[in-house]
Design a protein around this ligand. Structure first.
Ligand SMILES: *Cc1c(COP(=O)(O)O)cnc(C)c1O
Length: 397
């Protein structure tokens, strides 16, 4: 099929939830580059929305997957798997938690986290079932997680939405204190709101929320689906804040493109789940576990976190120069390799122009230009992006 035929088939056969996509048909990836079916090459600063931490066709990753595909892809959670055991040990050895459960997506990881929080209080015979989340948050697209998402536009098509959520302004400790009552089971927060516009939580806020949860005896859930697995320069962003959650959710980069999510907790919380309380057919199958195990090993042992810190700082400073130069850039936010430029104009217009120059970048909300490159990019890749941004921005002024 040629490009026009593929786009036409999409219009004919695929449910129209994405609207018109960027008009390119991607065919393969290599390193930090994607290639379309007309041979055009794109430097990728989206990483499949924070998924492809190692970029494309990372040799060790591709080899491990090929081997796993020919050995065993799936046989259900009725049985044990060495690769699942190894992944669980590796994750637990490298974070605050004692137990993990695997899902297939971020939304499902958050669903599981919400179920665990509710079950925890059920076990204690306490009538606590409400979850407090932040305005402008994003927690997924299942009915329960879109209800958890503090953005009106996601609720509207599905009212009445599931009950049991309260929304508070982000980074406002007084508001969250006010919102807690005797029905509150948990507070669920992103440490940097990704889809909501690359808004980092402040240190005082996260410390304050942790203290609040301890005082009230309620659970703290960090949704690190976008910030986890090295994105901020630590394996998990909670480590940058020096504050541990009760429940941690992961997905996006965990499998470097193979769908896998996870939620983790300390024993005290995890023991609330009894046999039969939760489950998944696909979750944590050998292929997904091999993907996550290999990704984590590479990130932990091949200098990826140091690269994120180094290149992230370099990128931040280069973006700061742009901000000083162009008045329509209102703010630069983020850490590591999750960075956002808030603009006066709609970010989508800029994204389109940047893509025309062979570079893929993202929006977040209406006005934020968002960068989520593979964690293995170099300063030369950053220079290329800055060069194109310069060109596009200078045509605006
Ligand atoms: C992407 C994302 C989700 C949803 O993940 P899916 O895999 O699309 O279900 C949830 N929370 C955050 C913070 C995300 O960035």
């Amino acid at each position: 099929m040629d490009k026009q035929e593929i786009i036409q088939a999409d219009q004919d056969y695929f449910m129209n939830v994405f609207g018109p996509r960027f008009p390119m048909v991607l065919e393969k990836g290599e390193g930090v580059y994607l290639y379309d079916n007309e041979g055009k090459k794109y430097l990728d600063f989206t990483a499949g929305i924070a998924v492809n931490a190692l970029g494309y066709n990372y040799p060790e990753f591709s080899e491990a997957l090929k081997e796993q595909v020919s050995k065993l892809i799936h046989a259900s959670n009725l049985y044990y798997y060495e690769i699942q055991a190894k992944l669980s040990k590796l994750l637990i050895d490298n974070c605050y938690a004692d137990k993990v459960f695997y899902s297939n997506s971020g939304a499902e990881a958050n669903e599981g986290a919400i179920k665990l929080a509710k079950k925890y209080f059920k076990e204690k015979d306490e009538e606590r079932y409400e979850i407090i989340t932040a305005k402008n948050s994003f927690h997924g697209r299942t009915l329960k997680t879109l209800a958890a998402t503090g953005q009106e536009k996601y609720h509207k098509p599905y009212t009445p939405i599931p009950q049991g959520f309260k929304y508070v302004p982000y980074n406002d400790l007084a508001a969250i204190k006010e919102a807690v009552d005797d029905k509150t089971a948990a507070i669920m927060l992103e440490l940097i709101q990704g889809e909501g516009g690359v808004n980092p939580a402040t240190q005082e806020y996260i410390k304050g929320v942790r203290e609040l949860c301890d005082q009230e005896g309620i659970l703290l859930i960090f949704d690190e689906i976008q910030t986890g697995i090295g994105r901020t320069g630590s394996l998990f962003a909670y480590q940058d804040y020096g504050v541990e959650p009760d429940i941690l959710t992961l997905a996006k980069a965990l499998g470097n493109g193979v769908p896998i999510g996870a939620f983790l907790a300390k024993d005290e919380v995890a023991q609330a789940f009894k046999p039969g309380d939760h489950g998944s057919t696909f979750g944590g199958n050998p292929l997904a576990c091999q993907a996550a195990y290999t990704t984590l090993n590479i990130i932990l042992n091949q200098g990826v976190l140091d690269n994120v810190k180094e290149v992230g700082t370099y990128f931040y400073n280069r973006l700061l120069d742009l901000k000083d130069k162009y008045d329509f850039i209102k703010e630069l936010r983020g850490m590591g390799l999750i960075l956002g430029l808030e603009l006066e104009m709609e970010a989508k217009e800029i994204v389109t122009k940047v893509i025309e120059n062979g570079i893929l970048v993202l929006t977040a909300g209406k006005n934020v230009l968002r960068f989520l490159p593979p964690l293995v990019i170099s300063t030369e890749d950053v220079d290329q992006v800055i060069g194109v941004l310069e060109k596009v921005f200078s045509q605006i002024n």
